[in-house]
Ligand binder design. Structure first.
Ligand SMILES: O=C(O)c1cccc(C(=O)CC[C@H]2O[C@@H](n3cnc4c(=O)[nH]cnc43)[C@H](O)[C@@H]2O)c1
Length: 248
């Protein structure tokens, strides 16, 4: 039997629709252990990390110390950038994910440079992977393309593909969203992606990052967010990937 797929998601809310369709057994949620579930046939595990880069690193590390999955499916909701052709409820597959806070900030407060990309760090964040100096994590492109092809065939929404960014400070204005979109040509913004890619890279486990848009990046008006619809897309993404196992 193939190794399980490890699904990594920040919150239970994002996985609610999937878990309603696919009830799973809890493996314990005790202090010092992440919240992990396993499917009845043991073909997938789900870890709920908690939001943000620190929780993602902790939860994924704890799992990879316990078992080695075939690949990691990092999923959840995200903000979608304007000009991507995607709307709320649509899905996208990451080809790379950049932690925008990694680097040397040479900008002067009050100048236009404040929103542009940082200069590279003088050291690798993963030894031998020079792009990590700019917080850039390249994902497994063969797996990403296979997932995109499969999801395009299976989902009832648009499926985009491109660069994602990861933030610790959620983008809170359309102006900042425009600047980030221009600087990174990003499709989606989340709070965990690059952190998960960092750990997956250290453990040399392939990872696909596939998210569903719940809101437009920079939009603070929650009446325009649609987490329920996005969580439905997250459920469709997970169902497709665990059933078809693209790339294997
Ligand atoms: O209340 C807020 O302002 C807020 C901002 C971002 C996310 C949330 C959540 O409750 C969802 C947690 C989860 O969602 C991802 N997410 C969704 N939209 C965005 C975004 O526009 N920018 C960054 N992250 C986003 C994120 O990965 C969180 O883990 C509430």
């Amino acid at each position: 039997m193939a190794a399980p797929v490890l699904i990594l998601c920040a919150t239970r809310l994002e996985m609610a629709a999937f878990l309603a369709r696919h009830p799973a057994e809890s493996m314990g949620d005790t202090p010092g252990n992440p919240d992990v579930m396993v499917s009845p046939d043991r073909s997938w595990h789900l870890v709920i990390s908690g939001p943000g880069v620190f929780n993602a690193v902790w939860a994924l590390t704890a799992c990879l110390e316990r078992f080695r999955p075939q690949f990691i499916l990092h999923t959840g909701i995200a903000g979608v950038f304007a000009g991507t052709g995607l709307d709320i409820g649509d899905a996208a597959v990451a080809v790379k994910d950049t932690y925008v806070h990694a680097g040397v900030d040479l900008s002067r407060p009050g100048t236009h440079a404040a929103c542009s990309r940082l200069s590279p760090l003088p050291f690798d964040l993963i030894a031998g992977q020079g792009l990590t100096r700019q917080g850039i994590y390249t994902l497994d492109l063969k797996l990403a393309h296979a997932c995109k092809d499969q999801l395009t065939r299976s989902l009832n929404c648009r499926v985009g593909q491109g660069p994602f960014i990861t933030v610790s400070a959620v983008t809170g204005s359309p102006e900042k969203a425009n600047a980030l979109s221009h600087a990174y040509r990003a499709v989606m913004e989340s709070m965990e992606g690059a952190a998960a890619a960092h750990v997956a890279g250290l453990y040399q486990v392939p990872m696909a990052e596939i998210r569903a848009a719940s809101n437009r990046v920079g939009d603070r008006d929650k009446t325009r967010w649609d987490i329920r619809t996005a969580a439905g897309t997250v459920a469709d993404i997970c169902e497709t990937i665990i059933r078809k196992r693209p790339g294997s």
